[in-house]
Design a protein around this ligand. Structure first.
Ligand code: TYD
Ligand code: MG
Length: 460
Protein backbone atom coordinates (compact mmCIF):
# COMPACT_ATOMS: atom_id res chain seq x y z
CA UNK A 1 0.00 0.00 0.00
CA UNK A 2 2.92 2.35 0.51
CA UNK A 3 3.83 4.40 -2.51
CA UNK A 4 5.30 7.80 -3.06
CA UNK A 5 2.84 10.62 -2.56
CA UNK A 6 3.03 14.21 -3.65
CA UNK A 7 2.79 16.96 -1.10
CA UNK A 8 2.94 20.74 -1.39
CA UNK A 9 5.12 22.37 1.20
CA UNK A 10 5.22 26.03 2.15
CA UNK A 11 8.67 27.56 2.01
CA UNK A 12 7.77 30.09 4.71
CA UNK A 13 6.42 27.89 7.47
CA UNK A 14 7.00 24.35 6.23
CA UNK A 15 3.31 23.42 6.36
CA UNK A 16 2.33 20.40 4.29
CA UNK A 17 -0.72 20.57 1.97
CA UNK A 18 -2.42 17.82 -0.04
CA UNK A 19 -2.92 20.00 -3.12
CA UNK A 20 -1.38 23.08 -4.61
CA UNK A 21 -2.91 26.40 -3.70
CA UNK A 22 -1.86 30.00 -4.22
CA UNK A 23 -1.84 30.90 -0.55
CA UNK A 24 -0.56 28.82 2.34
CA UNK A 25 -3.50 27.95 4.59
CA UNK A 26 -1.24 27.90 7.64
CA UNK A 27 0.76 31.12 7.51
CA UNK A 28 -1.06 33.02 4.76
CA UNK A 29 2.01 33.55 2.56
CA UNK A 30 1.40 33.75 -1.20
CA UNK A 31 3.06 31.62 -3.86
CA UNK A 32 5.22 29.72 -1.44
CA UNK A 33 3.99 26.16 -2.04
CA UNK A 34 6.12 23.81 -4.03
CA UNK A 35 5.92 20.16 -4.90
CA UNK A 36 7.58 17.36 -2.96
CA UNK A 37 7.54 13.65 -3.50
CA UNK A 38 7.35 11.93 -0.16
CA UNK A 39 8.89 8.49 -0.43
CA UNK A 40 7.62 5.73 1.78
CA UNK A 41 10.21 4.57 4.30
CA UNK A 42 12.32 1.77 2.82
CA UNK A 43 11.30 -1.67 4.02
CA UNK A 44 13.24 -2.84 7.04
CA UNK A 45 14.61 0.63 7.75
CA UNK A 46 13.79 2.00 11.14
CA UNK A 47 11.81 5.13 10.56
CA UNK A 48 8.66 6.66 11.90
CA UNK A 49 6.54 4.83 9.33
CA UNK A 50 7.90 1.36 10.00
CA UNK A 51 7.73 2.04 13.68
CA UNK A 52 4.07 2.85 13.31
CA UNK A 53 3.74 -0.48 11.53
CA UNK A 54 5.36 -2.01 14.55
CA UNK A 55 2.67 -0.68 16.81
CA UNK A 56 -0.05 -2.22 14.65
CA UNK A 57 1.73 -5.56 14.52
CA UNK A 58 4.21 -6.82 17.06
CA UNK A 59 7.01 -4.83 18.59
CA UNK A 60 10.23 -6.46 17.48
CA UNK A 61 12.58 -4.78 19.94
CA UNK A 62 12.09 -2.83 23.13
CA UNK A 63 12.25 0.87 22.36
CA UNK A 64 11.63 2.29 25.80
CA UNK A 65 14.76 2.56 27.90
CA UNK A 66 15.49 4.00 31.29
CA UNK A 67 17.17 7.28 30.39
CA UNK A 68 19.81 6.84 33.07
CA UNK A 69 21.01 3.66 31.34
CA UNK A 70 21.54 5.35 28.00
CA UNK A 71 25.21 5.63 27.22
CA UNK A 72 26.40 9.02 26.18
CA UNK A 73 29.59 10.97 26.06
CA UNK A 74 30.57 14.54 25.76
CA UNK A 75 30.05 15.45 22.12
CA UNK A 76 33.33 14.61 20.45
CA UNK A 77 34.68 17.81 18.96
CA UNK A 78 37.31 18.39 16.35
CA UNK A 79 39.06 21.69 15.97
CA UNK A 80 38.59 23.25 12.55
CA UNK A 81 42.07 24.74 12.81
CA UNK A 82 40.46 28.18 12.76
CA UNK A 83 39.98 29.55 16.25
CA UNK A 84 37.23 32.01 15.35
CA UNK A 85 35.25 29.27 13.60
CA UNK A 86 35.71 26.92 16.55
CA UNK A 87 34.45 29.66 18.84
CA UNK A 88 31.25 30.16 16.85
CA UNK A 89 30.69 26.39 16.66
CA UNK A 90 30.89 26.22 20.44
CA UNK A 91 34.42 24.82 20.72
CA UNK A 92 34.96 22.91 17.48
CA UNK A 93 32.98 20.77 15.08
CA UNK A 94 30.88 17.97 16.60
CA UNK A 95 31.01 14.58 14.88
CA UNK A 96 27.96 13.96 12.74
CA UNK A 97 26.81 17.57 13.05
CA UNK A 98 25.27 19.30 10.06
CA UNK A 99 26.20 22.97 9.90
CA UNK A 100 24.61 25.39 7.46
CA UNK A 101 26.81 28.37 6.59
CA UNK A 102 24.75 31.16 5.04
CA UNK A 103 25.73 34.49 3.58
CA UNK A 104 25.58 36.78 0.57
CA UNK A 105 27.25 35.58 -2.61
CA UNK A 106 30.90 36.65 -2.61
CA UNK A 107 31.13 37.17 1.13
CA UNK A 108 33.72 34.38 1.52
CA UNK A 109 31.83 31.20 2.42
CA UNK A 110 33.76 29.00 -0.01
CA UNK A 111 37.03 30.55 1.08
CA UNK A 112 36.34 29.98 4.76
CA UNK A 113 35.26 26.38 4.31
CA UNK A 114 38.09 25.52 1.98
CA UNK A 115 40.55 26.91 4.51
CA UNK A 116 38.89 24.93 7.29
CA UNK A 117 38.51 21.66 5.44
CA UNK A 118 42.08 21.77 4.15
CA UNK A 119 43.36 21.95 7.72
CA UNK A 120 40.93 19.38 9.08
CA UNK A 121 41.67 16.89 6.28
CA UNK A 122 45.09 16.18 7.78
CA UNK A 123 43.40 14.33 10.63
CA UNK A 124 39.89 13.77 9.29
CA UNK A 125 39.36 12.29 5.80
CA UNK A 126 37.34 14.97 4.03
CA UNK A 127 35.35 15.44 0.83
CA UNK A 128 34.79 18.85 -0.74
CA UNK A 129 31.81 18.74 -3.09
CA UNK A 130 31.60 21.71 -5.40
CA UNK A 131 28.57 22.47 -7.48
CA UNK A 132 29.49 26.03 -8.38
CA UNK A 133 33.15 25.96 -9.26
CA UNK A 134 35.20 23.51 -11.27
CA UNK A 135 37.77 21.32 -9.55
CA UNK A 136 40.48 23.35 -11.28
CA UNK A 137 39.10 26.55 -9.76
CA UNK A 138 39.01 25.02 -6.30
CA UNK A 139 42.51 23.64 -6.67
CA UNK A 140 43.74 26.98 -7.95
CA UNK A 141 42.30 28.81 -4.97
CA UNK A 142 43.77 26.27 -2.56
CA UNK A 143 47.19 26.75 -4.16
CA UNK A 144 46.94 30.53 -3.99
CA UNK A 145 46.08 30.28 -0.31
CA UNK A 146 48.96 27.84 0.33
CA UNK A 147 46.61 25.31 1.84
CA UNK A 148 47.77 21.82 2.75
CA UNK A 149 45.74 19.30 0.77
CA UNK A 150 46.68 15.94 2.27
CA UNK A 151 43.63 13.81 2.90
CA UNK A 152 41.29 16.11 1.01
CA UNK A 153 39.19 14.60 -1.78
CA UNK A 154 37.14 16.74 -4.12
CA UNK A 155 34.14 16.11 -6.29
CA UNK A 156 32.47 18.38 -8.83
CA UNK A 157 28.91 17.11 -8.77
CA UNK A 158 25.40 18.30 -8.01
CA UNK A 159 23.29 15.13 -8.12
CA UNK A 160 22.72 14.05 -4.54
CA UNK A 161 22.43 10.35 -5.45
CA UNK A 162 25.86 10.40 -7.11
CA UNK A 163 27.35 12.42 -4.26
CA UNK A 164 26.13 9.95 -1.66
CA UNK A 165 27.35 7.01 -3.74
CA UNK A 166 30.85 8.53 -3.83
CA UNK A 167 30.65 9.33 -0.16
CA UNK A 168 29.67 5.76 0.66
CA UNK A 169 32.70 4.54 -1.27
CA UNK A 170 35.24 7.09 -0.04
CA UNK A 171 33.90 7.18 3.55
CA UNK A 172 34.93 10.71 4.46
CA UNK A 173 34.36 11.87 8.04
CA UNK A 174 33.62 15.39 6.86
CA UNK A 175 31.75 16.61 3.78
CA UNK A 176 31.49 20.17 2.53
CA UNK A 177 28.64 20.73 0.07
CA UNK A 178 29.07 24.03 -1.78
CA UNK A 179 26.34 25.07 -2.31
CA UNK A 180 23.07 23.53 -1.23
CA UNK A 181 21.31 25.57 -3.93
CA UNK A 182 23.03 23.56 -6.66
CA UNK A 183 22.00 20.16 -5.30
CA UNK A 184 19.19 18.19 -6.84
CA UNK A 185 17.67 14.75 -6.57
CA UNK A 186 16.35 12.43 -9.27
CA UNK A 187 13.27 11.72 -7.19
CA UNK A 188 11.73 15.13 -7.87
CA UNK A 189 10.61 16.58 -11.16
CA UNK A 190 11.08 20.16 -9.99
CA UNK A 191 13.94 22.14 -11.51
CA UNK A 192 17.32 22.17 -9.74
CA UNK A 193 17.53 25.23 -7.53
CA UNK A 194 13.84 25.12 -6.68
CA UNK A 195 12.85 25.11 -3.06
CA UNK A 196 11.74 21.50 -3.08
CA UNK A 197 14.99 20.29 -4.68
CA UNK A 198 17.09 22.20 -2.16
CA UNK A 199 15.10 20.93 0.76
CA UNK A 200 15.01 17.31 -0.34
CA UNK A 201 18.72 17.20 -1.23
CA UNK A 202 19.63 18.74 2.10
CA UNK A 203 17.40 16.23 3.85
CA UNK A 204 19.26 13.36 2.16
CA UNK A 205 22.59 14.75 3.29
CA UNK A 206 21.32 15.22 6.82
CA UNK A 207 20.08 11.64 6.89
CA UNK A 208 23.43 10.41 5.59
CA UNK A 209 25.26 12.45 8.23
CA UNK A 210 23.17 11.02 11.04
CA UNK A 211 23.42 7.44 9.81
CA UNK A 212 27.17 7.50 9.35
CA UNK A 213 28.33 10.08 11.91
CA UNK A 214 29.82 12.20 9.15
CA UNK A 215 30.04 15.92 9.81
CA UNK A 216 28.62 18.11 7.04
CA UNK A 217 29.04 21.76 6.17
CA UNK A 218 26.31 23.04 3.87
CA UNK A 219 26.89 26.33 2.11
CA UNK A 220 23.72 28.35 1.49
CA UNK A 221 23.36 31.65 -0.32
CA UNK A 222 21.19 34.25 1.29
CA UNK A 223 18.32 35.87 -0.58
CA UNK A 224 17.76 39.60 -0.72
CA UNK A 225 15.23 39.25 2.08
CA UNK A 226 18.00 37.90 4.29
CA UNK A 227 16.85 34.28 4.59
CA UNK A 228 18.76 31.33 3.26
CA UNK A 229 17.36 30.72 -0.22
CA UNK A 230 15.09 27.78 0.04
CA UNK A 231 12.70 26.85 2.74
CA UNK A 232 12.94 28.04 6.28
CA UNK A 233 12.75 24.38 7.16
CA UNK A 234 16.38 24.06 6.08
CA UNK A 235 17.19 25.85 9.31
CA UNK A 236 15.15 23.35 11.31
CA UNK A 237 16.79 20.36 9.67
CA UNK A 238 20.37 21.18 10.57
CA UNK A 239 22.18 21.27 13.91
CA UNK A 240 23.69 24.70 13.52
CA UNK A 241 23.15 27.73 11.32
CA UNK A 242 26.00 30.18 10.95
CA UNK A 243 25.64 33.44 9.08
CA UNK A 244 28.57 35.15 7.45
CA UNK A 245 28.02 38.90 7.33
CA UNK A 246 29.95 41.94 6.24
CA UNK A 247 29.68 45.13 4.30
CA UNK A 248 30.76 45.37 0.72
CA UNK A 249 33.75 47.64 0.73
CA UNK A 250 34.88 46.50 4.16
CA UNK A 251 37.32 43.65 4.49
CA UNK A 252 35.94 42.58 7.85
CA UNK A 253 33.58 39.65 8.09
CA UNK A 254 31.54 38.47 11.02
CA UNK A 255 30.46 34.88 11.47
CA UNK A 256 27.52 34.47 13.81
CA UNK A 257 25.78 31.41 15.23
CA UNK A 258 22.09 31.89 14.65
CA UNK A 259 21.17 28.43 15.87
CA UNK A 260 23.44 25.90 17.55
CA UNK A 261 22.50 22.61 19.14
CA UNK A 262 26.02 22.25 20.48
CA UNK A 263 26.85 25.69 21.76
CA UNK A 264 25.74 29.21 22.47
CA UNK A 265 24.09 31.36 19.86
CA UNK A 266 25.11 34.93 19.15
CA UNK A 267 28.76 34.03 19.48
CA UNK A 268 30.73 36.07 16.98
CA UNK A 269 33.80 35.17 15.00
CA UNK A 270 35.60 37.99 13.24
CA UNK A 271 37.74 37.70 10.12
CA UNK A 272 39.49 40.00 7.70
CA UNK A 273 39.58 39.14 4.00
CA UNK A 274 42.99 39.62 2.47
CA UNK A 275 44.97 38.34 -0.46
CA UNK A 276 45.75 35.16 1.47
CA UNK A 277 42.10 34.45 2.23
CA UNK A 278 40.42 34.98 5.56
CA UNK A 279 42.53 35.87 8.56
CA UNK A 280 41.23 35.68 12.09
CA UNK A 281 40.82 38.86 14.09
CA UNK A 282 41.12 37.64 17.66
CA UNK A 283 40.78 41.10 19.25
CA UNK A 284 38.09 42.75 17.21
CA UNK A 285 36.94 45.24 19.79
CA UNK A 286 37.32 48.54 17.95
CA UNK A 287 37.42 47.57 14.28
CA UNK A 288 33.82 48.56 13.62
CA UNK A 289 34.22 52.19 14.60
CA UNK A 290 34.15 54.50 11.62
CA UNK A 291 37.38 56.03 12.79
CA UNK A 292 36.73 59.74 12.29
CA UNK A 293 38.33 61.75 15.07
CA UNK A 294 35.86 64.62 15.32
CA UNK A 295 32.41 63.57 16.48
CA UNK A 296 29.68 63.86 13.86
CA UNK A 297 25.99 64.59 14.42
CA UNK A 298 23.89 61.43 14.35
CA UNK A 299 26.60 59.13 15.61
CA UNK A 300 26.78 57.27 18.92
CA UNK A 301 29.29 54.60 19.90
CA UNK A 302 27.94 51.72 21.93
CA UNK A 303 29.50 48.77 23.69
CA UNK A 304 27.68 45.69 22.55
CA UNK A 305 28.33 42.28 23.90
CA UNK A 306 27.33 39.76 21.33
CA UNK A 307 28.55 36.35 22.31
CA UNK A 308 31.23 36.41 24.94
CA UNK A 309 33.19 39.48 23.88
CA UNK A 310 32.51 43.18 24.22
CA UNK A 311 32.60 45.04 20.93
CA UNK A 312 32.58 48.76 20.24
CA UNK A 313 30.26 49.62 17.39
CA UNK A 314 28.95 52.85 16.01
CA UNK A 315 25.25 53.50 15.57
CA UNK A 316 24.42 56.19 13.02
CA UNK A 317 21.12 57.95 12.54
CA UNK A 318 19.83 60.32 9.93
CA UNK A 319 16.67 62.24 10.72
CA UNK A 320 15.30 64.34 7.89
CA UNK A 321 12.03 66.10 7.11
CA UNK A 322 9.88 63.66 5.17
CA UNK A 323 7.96 64.45 2.02
CA UNK A 324 5.78 61.42 2.73
CA UNK A 325 2.56 61.34 4.71
CA UNK A 326 3.85 58.12 6.20
CA UNK A 327 7.51 58.89 7.00
CA UNK A 328 10.04 56.13 6.70
CA UNK A 329 11.65 54.23 9.53
CA UNK A 330 14.54 52.20 8.23
CA UNK A 331 16.88 50.15 10.41
CA UNK A 332 19.95 48.46 9.00
CA UNK A 333 21.69 46.06 11.36
CA UNK A 334 19.00 46.58 13.97
CA UNK A 335 15.45 45.43 14.36
CA UNK A 336 12.95 47.53 12.44
CA UNK A 337 10.04 47.14 14.85
CA UNK A 338 12.21 48.05 17.78
CA UNK A 339 13.08 51.35 16.09
CA UNK A 340 9.40 52.24 15.74
CA UNK A 341 8.87 51.40 19.39
CA UNK A 342 11.86 53.47 20.51
CA UNK A 343 10.64 56.49 18.54
CA UNK A 344 7.27 56.20 20.28
CA UNK A 345 9.01 56.15 23.66
CA UNK A 346 11.08 59.15 22.62
CA UNK A 347 7.87 61.00 21.86
CA UNK A 348 5.93 60.04 24.96
CA UNK A 349 8.72 60.18 27.53
CA UNK A 350 11.22 62.52 25.95
CA UNK A 351 8.73 64.93 24.45
CA UNK A 352 10.53 64.77 21.12
CA UNK A 353 8.45 64.59 17.98
CA UNK A 354 9.79 62.87 14.88
CA UNK A 355 6.39 62.02 13.42
CA UNK A 356 7.03 64.17 10.34
CA UNK A 357 10.61 63.00 9.84
CA UNK A 358 12.17 60.09 8.00
CA UNK A 359 14.40 58.17 10.41
CA UNK A 360 17.22 55.96 9.18
CA UNK A 361 19.55 54.10 11.52
CA UNK A 362 22.52 51.98 10.61
CA UNK A 363 25.18 49.99 12.43
CA UNK A 364 28.57 50.76 10.90
CA UNK A 365 30.57 47.88 9.48
CA UNK A 366 27.69 45.74 8.27
CA UNK A 367 27.28 43.99 11.57
CA UNK A 368 24.00 43.27 13.24
CA UNK A 369 23.21 44.15 16.84
CA UNK A 370 20.41 42.10 18.27
CA UNK A 371 20.57 42.97 21.93
CA UNK A 372 18.42 45.60 23.60
CA UNK A 373 21.51 47.42 24.85
CA UNK A 374 21.37 49.27 21.54
CA UNK A 375 18.17 51.10 22.55
CA UNK A 376 19.76 54.05 24.29
CA UNK A 377 22.53 54.55 21.69
CA UNK A 378 19.91 54.50 18.94
CA UNK A 379 17.87 57.23 20.60
CA UNK A 380 20.96 59.32 21.36
CA UNK A 381 22.02 59.07 17.72
CA UNK A 382 18.52 59.99 16.54
CA UNK A 383 18.41 63.00 18.81
CA UNK A 384 21.90 64.07 17.79
CA UNK A 385 20.90 63.98 14.13
CA UNK A 386 17.60 65.74 14.76
CA UNK A 387 19.37 68.62 16.48
CA UNK A 388 22.35 68.42 14.16
CA UNK A 389 24.59 68.41 17.21
CA UNK A 390 27.29 65.81 17.83
CA UNK A 391 27.48 63.97 21.13
CA UNK A 392 30.39 65.10 23.29
CA UNK A 393 33.70 63.66 22.17
CA UNK A 394 34.66 60.16 23.37
CA UNK A 395 31.18 59.26 24.59
CA UNK A 396 29.80 55.74 24.66
CA UNK A 397 26.39 54.49 25.72
CA UNK A 398 24.41 51.34 26.24
CA UNK A 399 21.12 50.44 27.90
CA UNK A 400 17.67 49.08 27.27
CA UNK A 401 14.80 51.53 27.04
CA UNK A 402 11.49 50.39 28.51
CA UNK A 403 8.04 51.41 27.33
CA UNK A 404 7.53 53.68 30.30
CA UNK A 405 10.73 55.57 29.57
CA UNK A 406 12.87 53.77 32.14
CA UNK A 407 16.46 52.85 31.33
CA UNK A 408 16.97 49.21 32.18
CA UNK A 409 20.25 47.46 32.92
CA UNK A 410 21.89 45.05 30.49
CA UNK A 411 24.16 42.08 31.29
CA UNK A 412 27.90 42.54 31.92
CA UNK A 413 27.85 46.29 32.47
CA UNK A 414 31.26 46.45 34.15
CA UNK A 415 32.93 44.51 31.40
CA UNK A 416 31.49 46.90 28.81
CA UNK A 417 32.68 49.91 30.78
CA UNK A 418 36.15 48.44 31.11
CA UNK A 419 36.29 47.93 27.36
CA UNK A 420 35.27 51.54 26.76
CA UNK A 421 37.91 52.79 29.21
CA UNK A 422 40.56 50.62 27.56
CA UNK A 423 39.84 52.27 24.23
CA UNK A 424 40.14 55.75 25.61
CA UNK A 425 36.49 56.73 25.96
CA UNK A 426 35.89 59.42 28.55
CA UNK A 427 32.14 59.42 29.16
CA UNK A 428 29.67 56.57 29.39
CA UNK A 429 25.92 57.07 29.57
CA UNK A 430 24.61 53.87 31.12
CA UNK A 431 21.70 52.46 33.14
CA UNK A 432 21.94 53.27 36.83
CA UNK A 433 22.01 49.60 37.77
CA UNK A 434 25.02 49.08 35.50
CA UNK A 435 27.14 51.78 37.15
CA UNK A 436 30.11 50.31 39.04
CA UNK A 437 29.31 49.82 42.71
CA UNK A 438 32.82 50.48 43.90
CA UNK A 439 35.52 52.54 42.33
CA UNK A 440 35.54 53.62 38.74
CA UNK A 441 37.46 53.08 35.55
CA UNK A 442 40.44 55.27 34.98
CA UNK A 443 39.64 58.29 32.87
CA UNK A 444 36.02 57.25 32.31
CA UNK A 445 33.25 59.36 33.75
CA UNK A 446 30.16 57.19 34.24
CA UNK A 447 26.84 58.97 33.88
CA UNK A 448 24.21 56.72 35.43
CA UNK A 449 20.65 57.35 34.31
CA UNK A 450 17.30 55.91 35.34
CA UNK A 451 14.97 57.68 32.92
CA UNK A 452 15.16 58.55 29.26
CA UNK A 453 14.61 62.21 30.09
CA UNK A 454 17.79 62.20 32.23
CA UNK A 455 19.79 60.58 29.45
CA UNK A 456 18.66 63.21 26.97
CA UNK A 457 20.03 65.98 29.17
CA UNK A 458 23.53 64.62 28.57
CA UNK A 459 23.47 64.77 24.82
CA UNK A 460 25.49 67.95 24.48
P1 TYD B 1 34.04 33.31 -1.94
O1 TYD B 1 34.61 32.49 -0.85
O2 TYD B 1 34.07 32.75 -3.31
O3 TYD B 1 32.54 33.76 -1.61
P2 TYD B 1 31.20 32.88 -1.51
O4 TYD B 1 31.57 31.46 -1.55
O5 TYD B 1 30.59 33.32 -0.22
O6 TYD B 1 30.37 33.30 -2.67
O7 TYD B 1 34.78 34.70 -1.87
C1 TYD B 1 34.87 35.44 -2.98
C2 TYD B 1 35.41 36.81 -2.68
O8 TYD B 1 36.51 36.84 -1.80
C3 TYD B 1 35.85 37.41 -3.97
O9 TYD B 1 35.25 38.68 -4.07
C4 TYD B 1 37.33 37.48 -3.87
C5 TYD B 1 37.59 37.50 -2.39
N1 TYD B 1 38.85 36.85 -2.01
C6 TYD B 1 39.90 37.61 -1.54
O10 TYD B 1 39.80 38.82 -1.42
N2 TYD B 1 41.06 36.98 -1.16
C7 TYD B 1 41.22 35.64 -1.28
O11 TYD B 1 42.30 35.14 -0.92
C8 TYD B 1 40.14 34.87 -1.80
C9 TYD B 1 40.24 33.40 -1.95
C10 TYD B 1 38.96 35.51 -2.15
MG1 MG C 1 31.18 30.11 -3.10
Amino acid sequence: PSRARTAYVCSECGADHGKWQGQCGECGAWNTLSEFVIEPAAAGKAGPASRRGGWAGKLDAPRVTALKDVRHGEDARVSTGIGELDRVLGGGLVEGAVVLVGGDPGIGKSTLLLQAVARMAATLPSLYVTGEESLAQVAGRAARLDLPLDGLQALAETGIETILEHAAAARPRLIVADSVQTLWTESLTAAPGSVSQVRESAARLVRYAKETGTAVFLVGHVTKEGGIAGPRVLEHMVDAVLYFEGESGSRFRVLRAFKNRFGAVNELGVFAMGDKGLKEVPNPSAIFLSGGSTPQPGSCVMVTREGTRPLLVEVQALVDASPLSNPRRVAVGLEQNRLAMLLAVLHRHGGIVVGDQDVFVNVVGGIRVQETAADLPVLLAVLSSLHDRPLPEKTVAFGEVGLSGEIRPVPNGEERLREAATHGFRRAIVPKANAPKSGAFKGLEVIAVERLSEALEHTS
